[in-house]
Design a protein around this ligand. Sequence first.
Ligand code: SF4
Ligand code: SF4
Length: 400
Amino acid sequence: MQYRTVPKSGDKLSVLGIGAMRLPTQFGRINEKEAISLIRSAIDLGVTYIDTAVPYHAGASEPLVGKALRDGYRERVSIATKLPPWIVFSREDMDTVLAEQLSKLETNIIDYYLLHSLEATSWKKLSDLDVLPFLDEAKQSGKIKYAGFSFHGDIVTFKKIIDAYDWDFCQIQLNILDEQYQAGLEGLRYAASRNIAVFIMEPLRGGMLAKAPNSVQDVYTKLRPTWTPVEWALRYLWNYPEVTLLLSGMTEESQLIENVTIAEKALQNSLSDEEKEMIREVQNIYKKEIKVECTGCGYCMPCPFGVNIQQCFSFYNQKYMYNRSQFFMYLMQLDGMFGPESRAGLCRKCGACVSKCPQQLQIPELLSDVQKEFEGPIKQHFIVPIIKGCYGMYKKLKMK
Ligand code: SF4
Ligand code: SF4
């Protein structure tokens, strides 16, 4: 494992951090045994940073991390968690949330404490509620060690926030496709020029970059036949000396091993000009093929009308990127074959999801596109009811 230095503190952190937003699940809940084993394996392999937050896994991530770090693991890793602006309405709320987080994480101190998912509105709200004196006091009282923020706004707001406080670190979205999106490369360099450590989230854009469409894979293979799309995506980030670490939301042991193996050899400034040129080529191909810039973060959920928003977008993108019909996948998972319906056509355009999306996607309009693609009238009025009816009869026969 490689380690990089946090400029202000001199702390050394592993270049790979565990993102506890996409832990292994079973029947929609964290698979506790697998998640704890995965986290502990990562620490045994040299990972020294774990990132969680209140909303991850509908509130179950922080307590799980607390449990996983029992038996001596807590001392071997730095914990990061976040203050969610949307549940804070007073200065007292900040103290209450932090106290609850310390308890859930079974620790006396949170090493890296972030204001969660800032953009212009949430930054103003927290500033007006005196969040900066709160951070100072939390540091002085030993409840948090370092203060930072995660960010999903525009570059102007990013610079404003960077200049507003003596931050130790910040967390931004960056990957092969997001160089000029939100804080982007400009934000990375701006923060680093002020001695602020930069941690990267969404290195694989919610998994989208983990599997390349054929058009991209052909380009990758031409130059480095043995590098996987994941290796390209992670090497791209670790090549920047300004990047302190990146977070990976690993769900399987095999992903952990792959990431750790890459982390051991992907040095800063190690990409050749030829490799960088090839990444430009890949960026151009992706730009043509991606329909919806959804990272699958799930912040927009739950939808009050039952739409599985990120799954709708995932099928839509997969259809165009991999040229696969997705007809049966959509039918089984979203048309309600095996559970409640959660298809795009259920959207009532209430708008409740829009302000929650860190990618600022116009979700209702995009869902209309998904509906047009996958929910034609013949399918919804004839094919789906017939298949559901046949399946219902089959189940009854099987029970007899
Ligand atoms: S706009 Fe549509 S998808 Fe979004 S919360 Fe409302 S009904 Fe659900
Ligand atoms: S639509 Fe936005 S909030 Fe919802 S999963 Fe996609 S990126 Fe996340």
